[in-house]
Each structure stands twice: as structure tokens, then as C-alpha cells.
Design a binder for this molecule. Structure first.
Ligand code: NAI
Length: 326
């Protein structure tokens, strides 16, 4: 069995090569992303394996089918980059629904603590033998209200972490969990009461630009926004304006709406064309990591293991629990 592996990163290869060998799947690793121009690279393959910024639209799906590709295996949880409706009855689409929800929830808290305790600033200062504390005053998380949007696997773990810090947790979910002690409120109430807001819902038509200039008006002054979910939940230009107006106290972003052309690549020594991203990064109260929240050893192992078993199940015609149906 052969599988074309698009948007390959160095960290992907060891676990996929090992599990591929053990299960008789030959992965052909390509650095390029999958799109209409690169889809021909899947020729001769039974499956393609893609990540968050590959483009799987109707044209790509048609071409994959012409090439005889049977399985589209996402090695991630989110699938907003795939036209799932169009893929129905044409190609099997599988994903890795959970590889380590702990990795993402813990990264969200790492960003939050780094930001509010100014650790990123202190780190640079002390490396330069500057031991001054001026400008490093933070605030306690204990007793603060955190609003969690999306209470699925990651959101719930984040809630537990926050409770461990003695925070008051309120939450909004379109489909609230019935079996839980989570204090659900309407989205507008969450916006007006939260000192910190953390996003853990998928990107859909409904959640697109959940944070825009209108919703920013509803936020508490000084609110800290944490987004480890998908960039387009936030209108980045509106966020920038909110920060400049001192309405938003800080932003911690692991994802960015226009990340596809920038994230995962080394642009040091180059001039970044995206003015909004460059301006955000220049702000003292903004921390950006480049879609790194999932990146732990445990998660990488789970991603490879689940992806390989998804591909095998589909190619053998067996029921696959991780097949996406719309
Ligand atoms: P999940 O499917 O377990 O939970 C998502 C929750 O969002 C569900 O409770 C669902 O009811 C809720 N939801 C759906 N529509 C909503 C809406 N309109 N408003 C509010 N809530 C809504 O997903 P999981 O595993 O917790 O992942 C959450 C998101 O995290 C993923 O969609 C993905 O975008 C992102 N993610 C980011 C990673 C990173 O490395 N930065 C890695 C993995 C996931």
C-alpha cells in the first residue's frame, strides 16, 4: 500500500516511517501542501495524508478520485479545510479526533501564564543580565472568571486546569454537555463577564469571526483572549484595533486566520508580507506560537498510530470509527 504524505514536517517522519514499515504502508513524503497544482503527486497511491493547511476542495477531490485514491486521511482533528459534503460517496475521509487533548489544553494554559506573568519579557531581560522588574507586574489567576467557548475534549480539560488554579469557570457551547457540572451561560453573558476567554470550539460558519468589532464592544476592558482552536474564529484586524484601543488586555494566539502561508516555515531574515500579523507580533501583550499546541511526543505517536489504523481499516473495507460523515 502506498500513501502520499503532504505538508511533511521533520517531526512527522520518524513515527510514520516506523508504523508504516510495521503495517506495510509505504509513505511518500512531500514537503509541498496538497492543492490543485500538487494533487498529481498522489498518482499511484491508495491514500493521501494531509494536515490543517492542505486544500481539499471539490477540484482536488475529483482529481484524487481520477487517480484512484481511496482514502483521504487527515492527521488532525479539525477538517474545515476539506469539502466533506462533496467528498461523500466519492472518497473516504478519516481524521484523528483526539491525539492529545491534554497537549492543547496545557498549551493554552502555558500561553496564558506566560502572557499574564510576563515570562516572555523576563526571559529576554535576564538573558541580557537585566534584572529590573519594572513593567513586569502581572495578576493572579485565582478568583478570576474564565469563559470557555466549546466544552468538548480540549475545553473540558482546560476547565479542569483552570479550576485547579481557583478560577471561576463559565462556559458556552452550542450543544451543552448534559452530564456535567459546567456553568453554562449565553455567549453575550460570557463575553461581558469573563476576565479571560479561551476558545475550544471548531471553525464553522457560525463560529467564523466570533470575535469581531461588534463582539469586542461587549468584552470586559482588559480581557485576555486565548485562541488555540482555529484562527478564523477571530477577525485579526478587529483584534488589533481592540488591542490598540486598550480594550483587549492581551492575546495569546496559537492559530491565525491567514496562517497557511506563514506558519510552520522559517521566515527569519525575510520581510513578512502580512502587516496584521507583523503588527500583532510587535505588540508587547501579544504572544504568537505557530500552531504548536498539539506538538508533544505523546500526541505525535497517537497521530501516527490512529492515522495508520484509519488507512488500513478503509483500504481493507472495514468499518472505521474515525470516518467523517456529514
Ligand atoms: P470536540 O469536538 O471534542 O469539542 C468541540 C466543542 O465545540 C463541542 O463541545 C461542540 O459542541 C462545541 N461547538 C460546536 N459548535 C459550536 C458553536 N457554534 N459554538 C460553541 N461551541 C460549539 O473538539 P476538541 O478535540 O475539543 O477540539 C476543539 C478544537 O481545537 C478543534 O475544532 C480544533 O479546531 C482545535 N485544535 C487545535 C489544535 C492545535 O494544535 N492548536 C490541535 C487540535 C485541535
Amino acid at each position: 500500500m502506498k500513501a502520499a504524505f503532504f505538508d511533511t514536517k521533520q517531526y512527522d517522519m520518524p513515527s510514520f516511517e516506523k508504523l508504516g514499515k510495521e503495517n506495510n504502508i509505504k509513505f511518500k513524503f512531500y514537503e509541498t501542501k496538497l492543492n490543485e497544482d500538487t494533487v498529481a503527486l498522489a498518482k499511484g497511491c491508495d491514500a493521501v495524508c494531509v494536515f490543517v493547511n492542505d486544500t481539499v476542495n471539490a477540484a482536488v477531490i475529483d482529481r484524487l478520485c481520477e487517480l484512484g485514491v481511496k482514502v483521504l486521511a487527515l492527521r488532525c482533528a479539525g477538517y474545515n479545510n476539506v469539502d466533506i459534503k462533496y467528498a461523500k460517496d466519492k472518497i473516504k475521509v478519516v481524521s484523528v479526533p483526539a491525539y492529545s487533548p491534554y497537549a492543547v489544553a496545557e498549551h493554552a494554559m502555558a500561553l496564558l501564564l506566560t502572557s499574564i506573568r510576563r515570562v516572555h519579557k523576563a526571559f529576554i531581560r535576564t538573558r541580557d543580565h537585566n534584572f529590573s522588574l519594572n513593567g513586569l507586574t502581572g495578576f493572579d489567576l485565582h478568583g478570576k472568571t474564565v469563559g470557555v467557548v466549546g466544552t468538548g475534549k480540549i475545553g473540558r480539560i482546560f476547565i479542569n486546569i483552570c479550576r485547579g488554579f481557583g478560577m471561576n469557570v463559565i462556559a458556552y457551547d452550542k450543544f451543552p454537555a448534559k452530564d456535567s457540572d459546567i456553568d453554562y451561560v449565553e455567549l453575550d453573558e460570557l463575553f461581558s463577564r469573563s476576565d479571560i476567554i479561551s476558545f475550544h470550539c471548531p471553525l464553522t460558519e457560525e463560529t467564523y469571526h466570533m470575535i469581531d468589532s461588534k463582539s469586542i464592544d461587549k468584552l470586559k476592558k482588559g480581557v485576555v483572549i486565548v485562541n488555540t482552536s482555529r484562527g478564523a474564529l477571530i477577525d485579526a484586524e478587529a483584534l488589533l484595533e481592540g488591542i490598540k484601543a486598550r480594550k483587549i488586555g492581551a492575546a495569546c494566539l496559537d492559530v491565525y486566520e491567514e496562517e497557511a502561508d506563514v506558519f510552520f516555515q522559517d521566515f527569519s531574515g525575510h520581510i513578512i508580507a502580512d502587516d496584521t500579523l507583523a503588527r500583532l507580533i510587535s505588540m508587547p501583550n501579544v504572544i504568537v506560537t505557530s500552531h504548536q499546541a498539539f506538538l508533544t511526543e505523546e500526541a505525535l505517536h497517537n497521530i501516527a498510530e490512529t492515522t495508520v489504523s484509519n488507512i488500513l481499516a478503509c483500504l481493507k473495507g472495514e468499518e472505521c470509527p474515525n470516518e467523517l460523515h456529514i
